[in-house]
Design a protein around this ligand. Structure first.
Ligand code: ATP
Ligand code: MG
Length: 349
């Protein structure tokens, strides 16, 4: 594969400098699958960055990737509940529909049509090599790998490029997909001799891979997540059951002690402090003191978010309007991009 990494060393720092200088030069696209409630992995991995960028004046697009639900399961169950729940989570964390476009890709036909030319730009071995797809195949509920599982990263390129996004705040699992999007953008421009698409950068947070209570990647589909909308008691119960290790002294050592380090990081992020400070403060208090610290910090962070979510949940008409308007705005942009693509490809009759 032609590699020019979406995350070359030092790139994140450069991007952060640019963001601090003038965030309005960025158009952000990022999204989530409606496979269940959003969790702390989303919050610290990408959601908090979306709100920060929105508030700094970047243009933000947030996608609810409904077709992508079908990559690792036969049917998209509870779709309406999960989609509406996701919009509630977005509103609760501070995404503002006046500044941020929230949409579902199934409602934007012109976006999906980009998939066809994009598929012609990648080879089957390139698709088969994708490490995130390989991992998801391992965890999949299906006995055979579907064509969608193998090609959804190309669909994701359409999600990102339809609005010509140049920055994508994501977790670590998305880096191979971002690499593919950059490849597709460059190959399209070269093949058709037109500068239609930018090659977007990934933006990682301080928690690019938050672990769940079982010590593996926190995921909606793996039953190990602390949902943003969980109750304070449920949150306490989940954290109490989180995996730790036999060493009583708490330290921050992500390589040697991943589960303990993950809890330390969680508390640090929720408190806005450094992991080293949190570890030093808990010290010989051991796992139970650490878990108390995490529980209090997370519940304090989430209390206002949960309250706002409950308020919005009382007005589901408004929530559906947000989505309808987002779909319309995304639709107009996708139609304009598809027009450019068809012109570049000589498909104007
Ligand atoms: P599923 O298990 O259904 O795939 P998920 O929890 O992996 O759900 P996605 O919708 O696939 O969530 O991911 C949405 C976004 O959140 C992506 O940018 C992804 O990188 C990020 N993300 C998801 N889980 C984590 C995590 N544990 N740590 C950091 N970022 C995460
Ligand atoms: Mg996922």
């Amino acid at each position: 594969m032609e590699m020019s990494s979406a995350l070359a060393p030092g790139r994140s720092a450069e991007l952060e400098e640019q963001i601090a200088r003038d965030a309005s030069v960025f158009r952000i696209l990022t999204g989530d699958r409606p496979t269940g409630p959003l969790h702390l992995g989303h919050y610290f991995g990408t959601l908090a960055n979306r709100v920060r960028l929105q508030d700094l004046g970047a243009e933000v697009f947030v996608l609810i990737a409904d077709y992508q639900v079908l990559t690792d399961r036969d049917t998209a169950d509870h779709l309406d509940d999960y989609v509406i729940g996701q919009v509630l989570d977005y509103l609760a964390i501070g995404l503002d529909p006046a500044r941020t476009v929230i949409f579902t890709h199934s409602a934007v036909p012109a976006l999906n049509q980009l998939l066809l030319p994009f598929l012609s730009l990648v080879s089957v071995p390139e698709l088969e090599r994708n490490p995130t797809v390989k991992d998801e195949i391992t965890h999949s509920r299906q006995s055979a790998v579907s064509g969608l599982m193998l090609t959804y990263p190309v669909h994701q390129a359409a999600d990102i490029l339809f609005c010509k996004a140049n920055l994508v705040p994501v977790g670590q699992d998305q880096l191979p997909h971002l690499e593919l999007t950059r490849l597709i953008a460059r190959r399209f421009n070269r093949r058709y001799g037109a500068e239609v698409f930018p090659a977007p950068d990934a933006l990682l947070s301080d928690a690019p891979l938050l672990l769940g209570v079982d010590g593996t990647k926190m995921s909606k589909s793996r039953g190990n997540a602390i949902a943003l909308a969980a109750s304070a008691d449920e949150t306490a119960r989940l954290i109490r059951g989180a995996r730790t290790d036999a060493n009583r002294n708490v330290s921050y050592d992500p390589e040697g002690r991943p589960e303990v380090a993950n809890l330390v990081l969680l508390a640090a992020l929720a408190l806005g402090r450094s992991p080293q400070e949190v570890a030093a403060q808990v010290g010989s208090g051991g796992a139970s003191a650490l878990k108390d610290t995490v529980t209090t910090a997370v519940n304090e962070l989430l209390a206002p978010i949960r309250a706002r979510r409950a308020d919005y949940a009382r007005d589901l008409g408004y929530v559906r309007d947000v989505l309808r308007q987002g779909n319309e705005r995304a639709g107009a942009i996708a139609a304009a991009t598809l027009d450019e693509v068809r012109t570049a490809m000589g498909m104007r009759y």
